[in-house]
Write a protein that binds this ligand. Structure first.
Ligand SMILES: C[S@@+](CC[C@H](N)C(=O)[O-])C[C@H]1O[C@@H](n2cnc3c(N)ncnc32)[C@H](O)[C@@H]1O
Length: 251
Protein backbone atom coordinates (compact mmCIF):
# COMPACT_ATOMS: atom_id res chain seq x y z
CA UNK A 1 0.00 0.00 0.00
CA UNK A 2 1.25 3.52 -0.79
CA UNK A 3 1.47 6.22 1.89
CA UNK A 4 -1.65 7.84 0.40
CA UNK A 5 -3.58 4.55 0.62
CA UNK A 6 -2.40 4.05 4.21
CA UNK A 7 -3.61 7.51 5.21
CA UNK A 8 -6.89 6.94 3.38
CA UNK A 9 -7.37 3.67 5.25
CA UNK A 10 -6.87 5.28 8.66
CA UNK A 11 -9.10 8.21 7.82
CA UNK A 12 -12.03 6.27 6.39
CA UNK A 13 -11.95 2.75 7.82
CA UNK A 14 -10.80 3.22 11.36
CA UNK A 15 -12.58 4.29 14.54
CA UNK A 16 -9.67 6.21 16.01
CA UNK A 17 -10.48 9.78 15.07
CA UNK A 18 -13.55 9.58 17.35
CA UNK A 19 -11.98 7.58 20.17
CA UNK A 20 -11.29 10.46 22.56
CA UNK A 21 -13.42 9.01 25.36
CA UNK A 22 -12.64 5.36 24.81
CA UNK A 23 -10.92 3.97 27.94
CA UNK A 24 -7.34 2.83 27.54
CA UNK A 25 -6.71 -0.89 27.42
CA UNK A 26 -5.68 -2.00 30.91
CA UNK A 27 -2.32 -3.27 29.65
CA UNK A 28 -1.54 0.22 28.33
CA UNK A 29 -2.52 1.77 31.66
CA UNK A 30 -0.31 -0.73 33.47
CA UNK A 31 2.67 0.06 31.22
CA UNK A 32 2.25 3.83 31.56
CA UNK A 33 1.75 3.73 35.33
CA UNK A 34 4.69 1.43 35.91
CA UNK A 35 7.18 3.27 33.72
CA UNK A 36 6.04 6.88 33.85
CA UNK A 37 5.12 7.08 37.51
CA UNK A 38 7.78 4.72 38.83
CA UNK A 39 9.93 7.62 39.98
CA UNK A 40 7.07 9.88 41.06
CA UNK A 41 4.97 12.62 39.48
CA UNK A 42 7.46 15.37 40.30
CA UNK A 43 10.08 13.63 38.17
CA UNK A 44 7.64 13.08 35.32
CA UNK A 45 6.57 16.72 35.15
CA UNK A 46 9.87 17.93 33.66
CA UNK A 47 10.33 15.05 31.23
CA UNK A 48 10.06 15.59 27.48
CA UNK A 49 7.79 13.07 25.83
CA UNK A 50 6.90 12.13 22.27
CA UNK A 51 3.81 10.10 21.49
CA UNK A 52 3.14 8.55 18.06
CA UNK A 53 -0.14 7.91 16.22
CA UNK A 54 -2.23 10.21 18.41
CA UNK A 55 -5.50 10.23 16.39
CA UNK A 56 -8.00 11.84 18.83
CA UNK A 57 -5.28 12.44 21.45
CA UNK A 58 -6.76 10.15 24.11
CA UNK A 59 -3.46 8.48 25.11
CA UNK A 60 -1.70 11.84 25.29
CA UNK A 61 -4.48 13.36 27.45
CA UNK A 62 -4.20 10.31 29.70
CA UNK A 63 -0.44 10.86 30.08
CA UNK A 64 -1.07 14.51 30.79
CA UNK A 65 -3.55 13.55 33.51
CA UNK A 66 -0.77 11.44 35.03
CA UNK A 67 1.40 14.53 35.43
CA UNK A 68 3.35 14.80 32.16
CA UNK A 69 3.69 18.44 31.16
CA UNK A 70 5.84 18.42 28.01
CA UNK A 71 4.19 16.15 25.47
CA UNK A 72 4.53 16.39 21.72
CA UNK A 73 2.36 14.04 19.66
CA UNK A 74 1.93 13.32 15.97
CA UNK A 75 -0.17 11.42 13.50
CA UNK A 76 0.23 11.15 9.72
CA UNK A 77 -3.48 11.88 9.12
CA UNK A 78 -3.80 15.70 9.12
CA UNK A 79 -7.53 15.49 9.89
CA UNK A 80 -6.79 13.50 13.07
CA UNK A 81 -4.25 16.08 14.17
CA UNK A 82 -6.88 18.80 13.73
CA UNK A 83 -9.33 16.76 15.84
CA UNK A 84 -6.68 16.23 18.54
CA UNK A 85 -5.91 19.97 18.58
CA UNK A 86 -9.63 20.77 18.97
CA UNK A 87 -9.98 18.17 21.74
CA UNK A 88 -6.89 19.64 23.38
CA UNK A 89 -8.24 23.21 23.30
CA UNK A 90 -11.54 22.05 24.77
CA UNK A 91 -9.75 20.60 27.78
CA UNK A 92 -7.02 23.24 28.14
CA UNK A 93 -4.36 20.73 27.31
CA UNK A 94 -0.74 21.68 26.67
CA UNK A 95 -0.01 18.75 24.35
CA UNK A 96 1.56 19.96 21.08
CA UNK A 97 0.08 18.02 18.19
CA UNK A 98 1.68 17.98 14.73
CA UNK A 99 1.45 16.06 11.46
CA UNK A 100 4.27 13.54 11.10
CA UNK A 101 5.18 10.06 9.93
CA UNK A 102 7.05 7.87 12.39
CA UNK A 103 9.45 6.78 9.65
CA UNK A 104 10.72 10.30 9.06
CA UNK A 105 10.76 12.74 11.96
CA UNK A 106 13.45 15.15 10.76
CA UNK A 107 11.43 18.02 12.28
CA UNK A 108 12.54 16.74 15.69
CA UNK A 109 15.92 17.43 17.30
CA UNK A 110 18.52 14.76 18.04
CA UNK A 111 18.89 13.59 21.65
CA UNK A 112 15.91 15.59 22.93
CA UNK A 113 13.26 13.31 24.47
CA UNK A 114 13.22 11.41 27.78
CA UNK A 115 10.38 9.17 26.63
CA UNK A 116 8.96 7.99 23.33
CA UNK A 117 5.58 6.26 23.62
CA UNK A 118 4.10 4.32 20.67
CA UNK A 119 0.98 2.57 21.95
CA UNK A 120 -1.85 0.77 20.20
CA UNK A 121 0.36 -1.31 17.90
CA UNK A 122 2.05 1.57 16.03
CA UNK A 123 5.07 -0.48 15.00
CA UNK A 124 2.81 -3.10 13.38
CA UNK A 125 1.55 -0.63 10.78
CA UNK A 126 4.73 -0.34 8.70
CA UNK A 127 6.68 -2.72 6.48
CA UNK A 128 10.10 -4.07 7.51
CA UNK A 129 11.99 -1.11 6.07
CA UNK A 130 9.53 1.26 7.77
CA UNK A 131 10.05 -0.51 11.08
CA UNK A 132 13.85 -0.13 10.82
CA UNK A 133 13.51 3.55 9.88
CA UNK A 134 11.11 4.16 12.78
CA UNK A 135 13.43 2.51 15.31
CA UNK A 136 16.38 4.56 14.01
CA UNK A 137 14.37 7.76 14.41
CA UNK A 138 13.40 6.85 17.98
CA UNK A 139 17.01 6.11 18.83
CA UNK A 140 18.14 9.40 17.27
CA UNK A 141 15.70 11.62 19.18
CA UNK A 142 15.94 9.91 22.60
CA UNK A 143 18.48 11.06 25.17
CA UNK A 144 20.94 8.37 26.29
CA UNK A 145 19.10 6.35 28.91
CA UNK A 146 15.76 7.60 27.52
CA UNK A 147 12.91 5.11 27.44
CA UNK A 148 10.86 3.78 24.56
CA UNK A 149 7.48 2.31 25.60
CA UNK A 150 5.39 0.45 23.05
CA UNK A 151 3.08 -2.46 22.42
CA UNK A 152 3.01 -4.86 19.47
CA UNK A 153 1.13 -7.88 18.15
CA UNK A 154 2.38 -11.36 19.07
CA UNK A 155 2.11 -13.77 16.12
CA UNK A 156 2.11 -16.82 18.36
CA UNK A 157 -0.49 -15.29 20.68
CA UNK A 158 -3.36 -16.07 18.29
CA UNK A 159 -3.78 -19.79 17.66
CA UNK A 160 -5.23 -19.50 14.18
CA UNK A 161 -2.60 -17.18 12.67
CA UNK A 162 -0.84 -20.15 11.02
CA UNK A 163 -4.10 -21.25 9.42
CA UNK A 164 -4.87 -17.70 8.29
CA UNK A 165 -1.38 -17.37 6.81
CA UNK A 166 -1.83 -20.61 4.88
CA UNK A 167 -5.23 -19.53 3.58
CA UNK A 168 -3.80 -16.16 2.51
CA UNK A 169 -0.88 -17.80 0.78
CA UNK A 170 -3.31 -19.76 -1.39
CA UNK A 171 -5.66 -16.81 -1.96
CA UNK A 172 -2.82 -14.41 -2.86
CA UNK A 173 -1.16 -16.96 -5.15
CA UNK A 174 -4.44 -17.32 -7.05
CA UNK A 175 -4.47 -13.50 -7.43
CA UNK A 176 -0.88 -13.61 -8.76
CA UNK A 177 0.71 -12.10 -5.63
CA UNK A 178 3.11 -13.31 -2.98
CA UNK A 179 2.34 -12.88 0.71
CA UNK A 180 4.84 -11.30 3.05
CA UNK A 181 5.20 -13.61 6.06
CA UNK A 182 3.42 -12.45 9.22
CA UNK A 183 1.73 -9.47 7.54
CA UNK A 184 -1.94 -10.20 8.17
CA UNK A 185 -5.12 -8.31 7.27
CA UNK A 186 -7.78 -7.31 9.76
CA UNK A 187 -10.41 -10.04 9.90
CA UNK A 188 -12.99 -7.69 11.39
CA UNK A 189 -13.89 -4.22 10.19
CA UNK A 190 -14.59 -1.18 12.32
CA UNK A 191 -18.12 -2.36 13.12
CA UNK A 192 -16.68 -5.63 14.43
CA UNK A 193 -18.29 -7.46 11.50
CA UNK A 194 -16.20 -9.97 9.54
CA UNK A 195 -14.17 -8.17 6.90
CA UNK A 196 -15.34 -10.09 3.84
CA UNK A 197 -12.44 -8.71 1.76
CA UNK A 198 -9.67 -9.82 4.13
CA UNK A 199 -8.28 -12.26 1.53
CA UNK A 200 -7.76 -9.56 -1.12
CA UNK A 201 -4.30 -8.21 -1.86
CA UNK A 202 -5.28 -4.54 -1.40
CA UNK A 203 -5.98 -4.79 2.34
CA UNK A 204 -4.23 -2.72 5.00
CA UNK A 205 -1.92 -5.23 6.69
CA UNK A 206 -0.59 -5.50 10.23
CA UNK A 207 2.73 -7.05 11.07
CA UNK A 208 2.67 -9.69 13.83
CA UNK A 209 6.02 -10.07 15.62
CA UNK A 210 7.69 -12.98 17.34
CA UNK A 211 9.31 -12.25 20.68
CA UNK A 212 12.78 -13.36 19.54
CA UNK A 213 12.69 -11.19 16.44
CA UNK A 214 11.54 -8.11 18.31
CA UNK A 215 14.21 -8.57 20.98
CA UNK A 216 16.86 -9.04 18.30
CA UNK A 217 15.83 -5.91 16.37
CA UNK A 218 15.70 -3.75 19.48
CA UNK A 219 19.17 -4.84 20.59
CA UNK A 220 20.56 -4.47 17.06
CA UNK A 221 19.29 -0.86 17.00
CA UNK A 222 20.95 0.11 20.26
CA UNK A 223 18.24 -0.55 22.87
CA UNK A 224 18.42 -2.49 26.11
CA UNK A 225 15.19 -4.30 26.96
CA UNK A 226 13.85 -3.52 30.45
CA UNK A 227 10.37 -5.04 30.33
CA UNK A 228 8.71 -7.52 27.97
CA UNK A 229 5.32 -8.60 29.26
CA UNK A 230 1.98 -9.99 28.18
CA UNK A 231 -1.29 -9.82 30.10
CA UNK A 232 -0.65 -13.26 31.55
CA UNK A 233 2.50 -11.86 33.20
CA UNK A 234 0.67 -8.83 34.57
CA UNK A 235 -2.87 -9.74 35.59
CA UNK A 236 -4.26 -12.79 37.43
CA UNK A 237 -7.19 -12.89 34.96
CA UNK A 238 -5.60 -12.29 31.54
CA UNK A 239 -8.15 -11.49 28.81
CA UNK A 240 -5.77 -10.84 25.97
CA UNK A 241 -3.02 -13.03 24.58
CA UNK A 242 -1.92 -11.11 21.51
CA UNK A 243 -0.22 -7.97 22.82
CA UNK A 244 3.38 -7.56 23.95
CA UNK A 245 4.07 -4.63 26.28
CA UNK A 246 7.67 -3.55 25.93
CA UNK A 247 9.99 -1.00 27.48
CA UNK A 248 13.53 -0.47 26.32
CA UNK A 249 16.28 2.01 27.07
CA UNK A 250 18.53 3.79 24.60
CA UNK A 251 22.05 2.56 25.31
C1 LIG B 1 -4.73 2.18 16.20
S1 LIG B 1 -4.76 3.90 15.89
C2 LIG B 1 -4.46 4.48 17.53
C3 LIG B 1 -4.87 5.90 17.76
C4 LIG B 1 -4.64 6.42 19.19
N1 LIG B 1 -3.27 6.25 19.59
C5 LIG B 1 -5.54 5.72 20.15
O1 LIG B 1 -5.14 4.71 20.73
O2 LIG B 1 -6.69 6.17 20.28
C6 LIG B 1 -3.20 4.18 15.10
C7 LIG B 1 -2.92 5.59 14.67
O3 LIG B 1 -1.61 5.63 14.12
C8 LIG B 1 -1.61 6.43 12.97
N2 LIG B 1 -0.49 5.97 12.13
C9 LIG B 1 -0.37 4.81 11.47
N3 LIG B 1 0.80 4.74 10.82
C10 LIG B 1 1.46 5.90 11.10
C11 LIG B 1 2.72 6.43 10.73
N4 LIG B 1 3.55 5.76 9.92
N5 LIG B 1 3.09 7.64 11.23
C12 LIG B 1 2.24 8.34 12.02
N6 LIG B 1 1.02 7.91 12.39
C13 LIG B 1 0.63 6.69 11.93
C14 LIG B 1 -2.97 6.27 12.35
O4 LIG B 1 -3.34 7.37 11.56
C15 LIG B 1 -3.85 6.12 13.60
O5 LIG B 1 -4.35 7.36 14.01
Amino acid sequence: MSLEDDIKYWKLDSIWGDAENMPLHRGMEWLLSKWLLGKGIETLSDKKMLSGGCASGRIEFHMESMGAKHIQAFDFVPEFVEIAKRNGSARNSNVKFFVGDMRELSCLENVYFDYVVYLNRMLCFVDNAGFDKSLREIHRILKPGGLFLFDALDYKGRKWNELLSLFLKIAWTLQGAKIKPRFLPRVRNKNQKVNSKFWKTDQNLLYWFTKGELEYKLRQNGFEILDFAKEADIFPDPEDSIIFYVVCKKC
